[in-house]
Design a protein around this ligand. Structure first.
Ligand code: PHE
Length: 394
């Protein structure tokens, strides 16, 4: 049977719909004419999620989705919101450029979702944000840190810190902890996140008396970084800053060590994924990255989350993407509750008024730019395991 909704795989959380689909012998994506959703007052409240469940940053989407899914399950178990259950409709953009905008359009016009959750990578959040803003449907990014994401308009929110903060803390970390005066930067010109974080690091680093010995570039999906690393080696830096995603960062670290570069290499939250260790292994000694959350930092919310996450996902340990995916869903549903309605305009107002929402990654208060202010952690890798090093508060 040919699907009437071609496109990436959809995952349904609302079990009754899946059962209904099985009973009528058709695929889940064919059951739902867009008759419920944004403008109705009964039936499940539909929330859309777009995520990189496959492709070059699959670890981001899978982890974020697990956190989001757990939050929605908990909320539904506790009775839902406004007396209704929540249906999470998840679409996979396969880490591909262009796909998130298409998906956002479909979730809004076909599924009539009341809001969208996503993404991890800033570039893909930016794509969907234009669609959400034009349609007047709120979007909450769990973990996209590039400032541009929320600058797109008043319907776009995030529950994490932004890269101005992350760049500044990395500049401080390089100078104070690594004692690095001369740093080489190797950034991904095809990822807005990487371009932005390189800039947000460079400005405060130079202002505090540091120098850049080299500024080398690469593109997502590159595999061979030896020419750039050889050029960097010749400039004799104290450390190398790699503001990119784990797939390339892992290869960069491994190749740098092969070239005899034993100096510290550091990056931002884009490094975070178990795959980093699979790719680079022991080469990760003397590397560091900043991120939003570590389960090794204890708090009542974090401990409860880790326990629930492990029970739900076969003992898996949650990471920053999972924690922020979880918090983004809880913040959104709290806003639906306070709005007393799923009307997108009212929901937008309620989201903007989010104050001191206690989550796994700390308290979420959204400022006038619809960004959160939160602490960061620095992590390292020791004996093939991620290890918490330090906390940075804003
Ligand atoms: N902050 C990164 C971005 O904006 C995404 C990311 C968040 C990666 C958290 C890992 C952990 O692109």
């Amino acid at each position: 049977m040919k699907s009437i909704h071609p496109g990436p795989r959809r995952l349904f959380l609302h079990a009754t719909l899946v059962v209904a689909a099985l009973l009528c012998g058709c695929k889940p994506s064919e059951t739902g004419p867009a008759s419920t959703g944004a403008n109705t007052t009964s039936g499940p409240i539909r929330i859309g999620e777009f995520a990189s469940l496959a492709g070059s940053e699959a670890a981001f989407g899978q982890s974020s989705h697990q956190g989001t899914q757990l939050a929605i399950e908990e909320i539904n178990k506790a009775g839902g919101v406004l007396g209704r259950q929540i249906e999470l409709i998840t679409e996979d953009n396969q880490s591909k450029q262009g796909e998130s905008a298409t998906i956002a359009k479909k979730l809004i016009s076909r599924d009539r979702v009341v809001a969208l959750l996503g993404e991890v990578a800033s570039g893909r959040s930016i794509e969907a944000a234009y669609v959400c803003q034009a349609a007047g449907i709120p979007m909450v990014s769990p973990s996209s840190t590039n400032p541009k994401v929320t600058e797109i308009g008043d319907f776009i929110f995030r529950v994490c810190f932004i890269d101005k903060f992350q760049g500044e803390l990395l500049a401080k970390f390089a100078q104070r902890t690594l004692r690095a005066r001369k740093v080489a930067v190797l950034s991904d010109v095809s990822a807005p996140y990487s371009v932005g974080l390189a800039e947000f690091f460079t400005k405060p680093f130079l202002a505090a008396g540091g120098t850049l010995t080299a500024e080398q570039k690469y593109q997502t999906k590159d595999k061979d970084f030896r020419a750039a690393l050889t050029a960097i080696k010749a400039t004799e830096p104290d450390a190398i800053f790699v503001p990119g995603y784990y797939t390339e960062a892992g290869l960069i670290v491994a190749q740098a060590r092969q070239l005899g570069l034993t100096i510290p290499i550091f990056g931002g939250d884009g490094w975070e994924a178990p795959q980093l260790i699979e790719i680079a292994g022991p080469a990760l000694e003397n590397t560091f990255y900043s991120t939003h959350y570590s389960p090794q930092v204890s708090s009542p919310e974090s401990n409860a989350f880790t326990k629930a996450f492990q029970a739900r996902y076969n003992g898996a340990i949650p990471d920053a993407m999972a924690a922020l995916g979880y918090d983004s869903a809880k913040v959104l549903v709290d806003a639906i509750r306070r709005a007393g309605s799923t009307d997108p305009a009212k929901l937008k107002e309620a989201l903007a008024a989010t104050k001191d929402f206690a989550g796994v990654t700390g308290k979420t208060t959204l400022d006038a730019q619809r960004n959160a202010t939160k602490g960061a952690v620095i992590m390292t890798v020791k004996d093939g395991k991620f290890l918490f090093v330090d906390t940075f508060m804003p």
